[in-house]
Design a protein around this ligand. Structure first.
Ligand code: CA
Length: 236
């Protein structure tokens, strides 16, 4: 029998945590509840979950701070994070994505939406089938080992940025609209706004650094393109 996927729920309100746990269990997941950041950290140190549902408002460390911390650790970086937030503000959503969350869900949410978003982040986490290496200029991506390097120096990217870069590198020079990228990289994007693409492109550029980051060009009014020859390097 297939091992159920383990989902870590970081939520300080027992009623909400209980509701999520019951629903996840009903749908074949193995929920694990942590009521604060320290309990969640102990869980993560013991067993890595397949995904984390992270509440924004927590005692001590905020969900935002925890997302940032788990994204910066090599051990927890590959685990998708879905933020639970009572805040509907665009700025807060972007802050959550900037901190390293893969998606967010605004409270109150339906079980159906929670499951759909959770399945979507889990699908995106699934390793690329292709075990190939793509190289464009001095930027190299190894799909098998999930490594990215620039001029031989290895770079750190989050799971969504990796998938985005992989898609752009395997389809270089072409302009991709935000909705095309959502289709190809996110797959199941019913609940994802186009603005999300911009946030992940920004984060991807940051992980690539100034030189390689320039390869990802913004084409005004159209979308994004990965160019082997950047305007800057062509002029040099
Ligand atoms: Ca809370």
């Amino acid at each position: 029998m297939k091992q159920p996927l383990r989902i870590l729920i970081v939520e300080d309100e027992p009623a909400i945590a209980e509701l999520i746990c019951v629903n996840l269990r009903h749908n074949g997941f193995q929920p694990v509840w942590a009521e604060d950041g320290s309990a969640a950290q102990r869980e993560l140190d013991a067993v890595l979950p397949d995904a984390i549902l992270l509440d924004w408002m927590l005692p001590e460390h905020s969900g935002l701070a925890l997302a940032r911390k788990w994204r910066s650790s090599a051990r927890t970086r590959p685990v998708p994070i879905l933020m639970l937030t009572a805040r509907g503000d665009e700025a807060d959503k972007v802050a959550g994505l900037d901190a390293g969350a893969d998606d967010y869900i605004t409270k109150p949410f339906s079980t159906k939406e929670l499951l759909a978003r959770l399945r979507a982040v889990l699908r995106r986490r699934a390793p690329e089938q292709a075990s190939d290496t793509v190289a464009i200029g001095e930027l190299v991506l190894d799909a098998a080992t999930h490594r990215v390097s620039w001029r031989g120096r290895s770079l750190k990217t989050g799971p969504t940025e990796f998938r985005l870069l992989h898609y752009l590198m395997t389809n270089p020079e072409r302009v991709h609209s935000r909705s095309q990228l959502l289709d190809k990289v996110w797959g199941d994007h019913v609940f994802i706004e186009e603005r999300t693409v911009d946030v992940h492109v920004k984060r991807l550029r940051e992980s690539l650094g100034p030189a390689a980051g320039r390869m990802i060009e913004t084409v005004r009014g159209a979308g994004y393109r990965l160019a082997a020859q950047t305007a800057a390097s062509a002029a040099a």
